[in-house]
Design a protein around this ligand. Structure first.
Ligand code: FMN
Length: 179
């Protein structure tokens, strides 16, 4: 069976929530991009904003799961100042030569999501099989089951490489997704 990796960066938990749901729906492995610098509080916010606007790389820990071992890499990220966060930029630049197929998702407050999804394709050097963007309020309200389901269905239609969910679970169980 084909192997799928969901890898994400999350400062405040929104992207982590969605990454977990996507991984479970696809039967994928899950990995987190971790930076060395703290991004908590006002200074962390400022550092994140400046780095994103200036397209700065940010040092990250070595990933636990080597992307070269996967048929499809799904990358999840927040939107920072209408840009890709430094840690995600660095992850892609350091690993893109190992990517086969890619898909992207992002969480955001209200703007910049389409630009970020395009930037991710440019950074990765290949088109996404599918993309998905979701606002913080949608994540908080948990009203994303249908949209998330469409995202995974599109991945299934455009790739023969999506595995079945682990443990024989249906692709989307309302109890799992949290409607
Ligand atoms: C430095 C910074 C810049 C941000 N810029 C944007 C932005 O340009 N547009 C937007 O819609 N949301 C923006 N946000 C909000 C985040 O994209 C949003 O809260 C996201 O869901 C956070 O994901 P996380 O909880 O996984 O870190 C920004 C957040 C931070 C920390």
């Amino acid at each position: 069976m084909s192997k799928i990796l969901v890898v994400y960066y999350s400062r405040t938990g929104y992207t982590r929530t969605i990454a977990g749901r996507v991984a479970r729906a696809c039967g994928a492995d899950l990995d987190q991009i971790e930076g060395y610098k703290t991004r908590a509080g006002a200074w962390g916010y400022m550092r994140s904003a400046v780095g994103a606007v200036m397209h700065l790389d940010a040092p990250i820990l070595r990933p636990r799961n080597e992307p070269g071992g996967y048929d499809l890499i799904l990358i999840g990220t927040p939107v920072w100042c209408r840009n890709v966060p430094g840690p995600v930029r660095t992850y892609i630049k350091e690993n893109r030569q190992a990517f086969r197929r890619v898909a992207f998702f992002c969480t955001y407050g209200g703007s910049g999501q389409n630009k970020v999804l395009r930037d991710l394709e440019i950074l990765a050097g290949r088109p996404a099989l599918a993309t998905f963007a979701i606002t913080d309020s949608e994540v908080a309200s948990k009203l994303y089951n249908r949209r998330l389901s469409k995202f995974v269905a599109k991945l299934q239609n455009t790739s023969k490489f999506i595995g079945q969910p682990s443990h024989g679970e249906p692709l989307f169980d309302d109890n799992l997704i949290g409607l």
